[in-house]
Every structure is written in C-alpha cells, then in structure tokens.
Design a protein around this ligand. Structure first.
Ligand code: C5P
Length: 220
C-alpha cells in the first residue's frame, strides 16, 4: 500500500504505548515502541556493568548491542544479545535509569539511526511512538500527533498500571522526575509546527484511539 508513517510523541502516562499499538492494529500497520529501545540499551548497560555516567561507554554500548524489537503490534518482543528482555525492561530499576541513556547524545544518535532504519524496512507503513518521533526521527511522517494528558490524569494512569501499590510521592518521583530529565534533550510537551494535539485527559481508551485515528485521517 502507500506509505503511512504515523508519528506519536508524548510524556509518560499519556497512554501513548497502548493507544499507539491499538492504532497500528486498526490501520494494519507495524508498530515501533522507541522507548523500549532506550530501555533495552539501559538493561544492557546495567547487565554488563557499563557506567551510565560515562557518555563514551554508553555510546559504544548502544552501537555494539545486538538489539531486536518486534514491530508486530500483536507480538511484543524485545531481545538483547539473544536474551528476551521484554518484561525485564519494564522494571522500576530500568525506568529510573533510562534517562541517563536518553540524555547521552551519542547513544540517542545511534538509536535514532536504528529507528529510521526500522521505519524504512517496514515499507513505511508503521505507527512509531516516543518523545522525538514527530520532530527528529520522522519529521516527514504523513501524520504527526502529540498525545498529551494533564499531570493528574498521567499520575492516575501510571498508578493503576503499577497496580496501585506505590505511594503518591514515589509515583510522582517516577513519572515527573523522568519527564523532567528527558525534557532536557527533547521537547514532548509542546506540539511542533504541523503536529496535531490529542489531549486524552477526559477521554477513555477507545475515545483516545478514535481521536488519534481521526487525526490520522485528517492529516494523511
Ligand atoms: O516510552 P517509555 O516511557 O517507555 O520511554 C522510556 C524512556 O526512553 C523515556 O523516559 C526517555 O528517557 C526515553 N525515550 C527517548 N526518546 C524516545 C523514546 C523514549 O528519549 N523517542
């Protein structure tokens, strides 16, 4: 079919991953979770004892790691040097360390390159989500969307996702501190020129998917 790259950015807790995955299913497109790639490099650095404060080592690790990620929206799989890390990369220890990789510019450049390759290999029929897809990875995408939600809504969703066992302070620390660190290298709080904003604060999951699909239809 004709190319359809849908780029979706947004902060954590905006519902970005589940909404993007479902959007890909409905469009019969591939799906790329770029955050999973930053998480996988972080897992690899922790596993092999790479000091996350040493930019040159983190960059080298990002270049050399054998990283595989499924782009089938119905089959989630991330592997590092042949080890299945699909579940391991969701651990809180990874969430709290991942910004160190994301703010290492050499590692970012390497992951951006890999992401652009995955998008090209998909035949450019793909929904790709992250923090810099609309602006850096795929600024030429047919549809570009910023998925936002109020701070309150984001904290509520993350709390539910984590099973409601975390205290408010811990949750705030995990969601807001990570976004603040990430914001030093990427702007995912404001829509760039030509990027359509979907605010999911008062929408349920299905309504958010519908709003994203409507944005795709109007843009592409
Ligand atoms: O989307 P998710 O919360 O899994 O992303 C994990 C981390 O990966 C983010 O907190 C951010 O540090 C990094 N990231 C990024 N650029 C992207 C996607 C994710 O810096 N495009």
């Amino acid at each position: 079919g004709k190319p359809l790259v849908v780029a979706i950015d947004g902060p954590s807790g905006s519902g970005k991953s589940s909404v993007s995955r479902e959007t890909a299913r409905r469009l019969h497109a591939a799906y790329l979770d770029t955050g999973a790639m930053y998480r996988a490099v972080t897992w690899h650095c922790l596993d092999t004892g790479v000091d996350l404060q040493e930019a040159a080592s983190v960059e080298k690790a990002s270049r050399e790691v054998d990283l595989k990620i499924s782009t089938d929206p119905d089959h989630e799989l991330v592997s590092v040097d042949g080890t299945d890390v699909t579940l391991a990369i969701r651990e809180p220890s990874i969430s709290s360390a991942v910004s160190a990789v994301a703010t290492t510019l050499g590692a970012r450049a390497e992951l951006i390159r890999r992401q652009q390759q995955i998008i090209a290999d998909s035949g450019r029929r793909i929904v790709a989500e992250g923090r810099d897809i609309t602006t850096v990875v795929a600024p030429d995408a047919e549809a570009r969307i910023l998925l936002t939600a109020s701070e309150e809504a984001r904290l509520r969703r993350r709390g539910i996702q984590l099973g409601g066992t975390q205290g408010d302070a811990q949750l705030q620390e995990q969601v807001l501190t990570r976004d603040a660190k990430d914001s030093t290298v990427v702007n995912f709080h404001e829509a760039a020129d030509g990027v359509f904003t979907v605010d999911s604060s008062d929408l349920d999951f299905e309504e958010t998917v519908e709003a994203v699909l409507a944005a795709v239809r109007s843009a592409a």
